[in-house]
Design a protein around this ligand. Structure first.
Ligand code: ATP
Length: 315
């Protein structure tokens, strides 16, 4: 029996712009991803079975073949049949820290960990770009979750370019535990309401993609200018999620009213809202203050730090 333990960090989006239609029901996006040290632990053990078994301590997470971690394992078995025949399947145990259906890419991070973990257990020696190419077939966030850190994502979010690390920012996250927002719903609703504004001509698409590459957010990250990064936070999906869920809008307003907050935004398709601070004590103070102001037992809070990496071996 062989085993491996990995940490699978969540991501937030410092920037998420919907720029057009990518065909096949997908959107053309321009995003800045950021890993944070709120991470699930994913253990893989080869136990002499010819399938994959998922265990997870979070009730909302499916344990069958719809789990993204299972899908990642099945993909590896299909892609590397000789290794699968030699080593067999594995038991995959997920200790959830990342809230589910929260816009933090928890499922994608688990899938990324399984790709990296099986590559190690099965001694395949795949490169990161090779694993990312495989991961893109599972979900648009999976390639980023493998390498992590700070990165630009274009296309469906899966065409990645690394950016300099953002190592001087702390993050306070809050989510209503009983509120989950489906990513598919958020994008479909956005399309219904704003589809007429999508860039359609190739030149228009190229220009809007380029705007992020050479734009103020990338410049602020390159200069490690926390205040500017926080001012430039952007997420188009707020336009559909906040009106549909007034408590999320109130949560965002509560963060924005706090003195220590450099900037606040919803992550991905939500409903998690995050606030950036420049040090840990400000982050803790903001968490306490907003918790007291809103005084809602359904609200969960987390404090995290920006992280320069994706999947890592757990010590
Ligand atoms: P993203 O930010 O990539 O849109 P998310 O953070 O909003 O993702 P997830 O936590 O990945 O959402 O969960 C989305 C849905 O996927 C959940 O409703 C859950 O039932 C299902 N799911 C499948 N596998 C997993 C997994 N390993 N962890 C969490 N959810 C999973």
């Amino acid at each position: 029996m062989r085993s491996i333990s990995l940490l699978a960090p969540a991501k937030i989006n410092l920037y998420l712009e919907i720029i057009g239609d990518a065909g096949g029901g997908y959107h053309e996006l321009a995003m800045v991803f950021q890993s944070i040290d709120l991470a699930d632990r994913v253990d893989l053990r080869t136990i002499g079975i010819d399938d994959f078994r998922i265990r997870c301590d979070a009730q909302e997470v499916p344990l069958d073949n719809t789990n993204l971690a299972y899908k990642a394992a099945a993909l590896m078995a299909k892609q590397f049949p000789n290794a699968f025949a030699q080593y067999g399947g594995a038991e995959i145990t997920i200790e959830k820290q990342i809230p589910v259906a929260a816009g933090l890419a928890g499922g994608s991070a688990n899938a990324a960990a399984v790709l990296v973990g099986l590559d190690m257990l099965w001694q395949l020696g795949q490169t990161v770009p090779e694993l990312q190419q495989l991961g893109a077939t599972l979900g648009a966030d999976v390639p980023f979750c493998i390498s992590g850190g700070t990165a630009l994502g274009t296309g469906r979010g899966d065409q990645l370019e690394p950016l300099p690390d953002v190592d001087n920012l702390y993050v306070v996250l809050a989510k209503y535990r009983n509120l989950q927002v489906s990513t598919a719903w958020a994008y479909q609703t956005y399309r219904q309401q704003f589809g007429s504004t999508y860039a359609a001509a190739p030149e228009q698409l190229r220009q809007r993609r380029q705007r992020l590459h050479s734009g103020p957010m990338v410049g602020a990250i390159a200069r490690k200018d926390s205040h500017k990064i926080a001012q430039l936070l952007h997420n188009d999906l707020e336009k559909v999620v906040l009106p549909a869920h007034p408590p999320v809008a109130r949560l965002r307003a509560a963060f924005a009213a706090e003195k220590g907050v450099l900037g606040t935004m919803m992550s991905g398709s939500g409903p998690t809202v995050f606030a950036l601070t420049s040090d840990l004590s400000s982050a803790e103070a903001v968490r306490q203050q907003v918790q007291t102001t809103l005084n809602d037992p359904d609200l969960g809070f987390w404090v995290a730090k920006c992280l320069p990496n994706g999947i890592q071996l757990s010590r």
